[in-house]
Design a protein around this ligand. Structure first.
Ligand SMILES: NC(=O)c1ccc[n+]([C@@H]2O[C@H](COP(=O)([O-])OP(=O)(O)OC[C@H]3O[C@@H](n4cnc5c(N)ncnc54)[C@H](O)[C@@H]3O)[C@@H](O)[C@H]2O)c1
Ligand SMILES: CC(C)CCC[C@@H](C)[C@H]1CC[C@H]2[C@@H]3[C@H](O)C=C4C[C@@H](O)CC[C@]4(C)[C@H]3CC[C@]12C
Length: 369
């Protein structure tokens, strides 16, 4: 990636490139990264949509592989200039065991770092999460905070624990010597709750509302702010960060950045209604219909049922003590660090993000997507 070789075409690797965010990163790279020569898409499950990308001017290589398998990761990383590591097991519902979550999110990330070191790949962007910071188990609000805001990060749930450990590995790896003698440059991006085309939980809420005759029932007070960011802007931030890591290595190396855009500060449910409302759903109640202690009881009951039924069937309700805590604790960000460090400005306005999401919800809600 030397200045003298402006025209040099680069090889990018996106792990988890067939996931919700990963697909947007892949498409964004193809649309907006002029130096892209080859794009390797690494995922445990390859999407059929990749086929259509293979006919374009950039070479797209689909690699079916598992980040927990060090040799598969090393083979995919070899010869890549930049790695965007977005693969992860996003499970706050108890589908996977804590050991599996750790294996994929922590050991998988370790494998990616070691592969960069062994094969001489110098630039690594890691998709972290707001949950590396919080909400913490004490329910402390994080109100429009930034990367420097002091906050007691206390993790117990396997998912945030794994993201926090993985992020630390990535940041500590910054400056390590890679094969060939150059230093590894890393940074971590921390999205809040991502929404947009492909957001399965949004689609599930829509379908549930349709089943209930067009009604959803408020569970969380409207005053609890939950941070959200549009998937296209998160993808754009990854592309920009990856592009600028070389030029601004001294500034960006080892840094964390929250992902942000112009999405409004609202409660989780009120925010969802920005999309579900225009699709015909209504949120009933200016206040929660059930007292909070009832939700706490139901969440605990769900956790107990999940545990009791596990030998027979996998019971995975949306509501559990952890998801209730996340949804009912204010956690929003207000920062311009990505703008200051690497010139990030959201690519999509709030109006664009909203319209695109509404169109997707309408289409996805009525089909089997
Ligand atoms: N969705 C959100 O709101 C959100 C918010 C903050 C951070 N994140 C982070 O963003 C990343 C992407 O999340 P997402 O919402 O797109 O999830 P997703 O589940 O849609 O995508 C994850 C992708 O990783 C792949 N993957 C999982 N295990 C793998 C393995 N062992 N080997 C190879 N590939 C594997 C999956 O097949 C999937 O395609 C994750 O690292 C997640 O922690 C997501
Ligand atoms: C009305 C509620 C009680 C229903 C439960 C909603 C719950 C399923 C939602 C609320 C908040 C959501 C999380 C939040 O947006 C941020 C993230 C970070 C990311 O790293 C992974 C996804 C996650 C945990 C969202 C999962 C779904 C949550 C908990």
């Amino acid at each position: 990636m030397a200045d003298s070789a402006q025209a040099q075409k680069l090889v990018y690797l996106v792990t988890g490139g067939c996931g919700f965010l990963g697909e947007h990163v892949v498409r964004m790279l193809l649309q907006r990264e002029p130096r892209l020569g080859e794009l390797r898409v690494f995922d445990r499950h390859l999407g059929p949509w990749l086929e259509e990308l293979k006919t374009g001017p950039v070479r797209v290589t689909a690699i079916q592989g598992d980040v927990t398998e060090a040799h598969e990761v090393a083979a995919a990383v070899a010869g890549a200039h930049v790695v965007i590591h977005t693969a992860g097991l996003v499970d706050v519902f108890g589908r996977a065991s804590p050991e599996t979550i750790h294996e994929v999110n922590v050991q998988g990330t370790r494998n990616v770092i070691e592969a960069c070191v062994q094969t001489g790949t110098q630039f690594l962007v890691y998709t972290s999460s707001m949950e590396v910071v919080g909400p913490n188990t004490k329910g402390h609000p994080f109100y429009r905070g930034n990367e420097d805001t002091l906050y007691e990060a206390v993790h117990r749930h396997p998912y945030p624990c794994s993201k926090a450990l993985a992020e630390r590995l990535v940041l500590e790896a910054n400056g390590r010597e890679v094969h060939g003698g150059l230093p590894l440059v890393t940074c971590a991006l921390r999205p809040t709750g991502i929404y947009g085309e492909g957001h399965q939980i949004m689609r599930d809420f829509y379908r549930q509302g349709l089943r209930l005759g067009g009604w959803l029932f408020r569970a969380i007070p409207a005053s609890v702010e939950h941070g959200r960011v549009y998937v296209g802007n998160v993808a754009w931030m990854h592309v920009l960060a990856a592009r600028e890591l070389e030029r601004r290595a001294a500034l960006m190396g080892g840094q964390v950045y929250f992902c942000y855009d112009g999405s409004p500060y609202k409660s989780y449910e009120d925010f969802n209604m920005e999309f579900l409302g225009p699709c015909g759903l209504q949120l009933v109640g200016a206040r929660p219909l059930l007292p909070y202690w009832v939700l706490v009881f139901l969440a605990a009951l769900n956790a107990l049922l999940q545990w009791l039924l596990r030998p027979l069937v996998l019971y995975v309700p949306l509501l559990n003590p952890y998801t209730l805590a996340v949804a009912s604790t204010t956690f929003t960000v207000s920062t311009d660090k990505a703008q200051r460090h690497f010139g990030y400005e959201p690519l999509f306005s709030w109006e664009d993000s909203r319209t695109r999401t509404i169109l997707w919800v309408q289409a996805a809600g009525s089909s089997a997507q």
